[in-house]
Ligand binder design. Structure first.
Ligand code: ZN
Length: 140
């Protein structure tokens, strides 16, 4: 657990559509919108279902496990809030939605498409948190 004084990660930009997502993240829960019309999940949060155009939705909690769908290893430009290289990953969650995040605690040489990962939450300034991913051991 990091000391709040050591937290450098910037806080997320919260919009009307994303506030429920960030509130859940601050509580250590990964959620996604589920359309009340067709039942499909979607991420990032948005006001209307891209499949059936319903504006009714609920938030459902996700398992937080998935695999790396794609990635990029970032070296520049460097922001003092982060340790480089930053491993930017697009994670395909087990429920089928994809989320853009960071892979942490993993050697850049170990990153690969299909790598099993699971969510963790890193604190940000202003007392919020963002979902990040760590490598997941399979078969435990
Ligand atoms: Zn829908």
């Amino acid at each position: 657990m990091s000391n709040q004084a050591d937290v450098r990660r910037p806080a997320p930009i919260v919009t009307e559509d994303s506030s429920a997502f960030w509130q859940a993240a601050a509580e250590g829960r990964l959620v996604a919108q589920q359309c009340a019309g067709c039942g499909r999940l979607r991420h990032p949060p948005r006001p209307m279902c891209p499949y059936c155009h319903s504006t009714e939705q609920t938030m459902v909690e996700l398992a937080g496990t998935g695999v790396v769908y794609s990635y990029s290893i970032l070296h520049h430009p460097q922001n003092p809030a982060f340790t480089y290289p930053v491993l930017a990953v697009l994670v395909e969650l087990d429920e089928g939605v994809r989320i853009l995040s960071n892979l942490v605690g993993t050697d850049p040489g170990a990153i690969a498409i299909g790598l099993p990962v699971e969510v963790r939450f890193e604190p940000t300034v202003d007392g919020m948190a963002v979902p990040v991913f760590v490598r997941r051991e399979v078969g435990r």
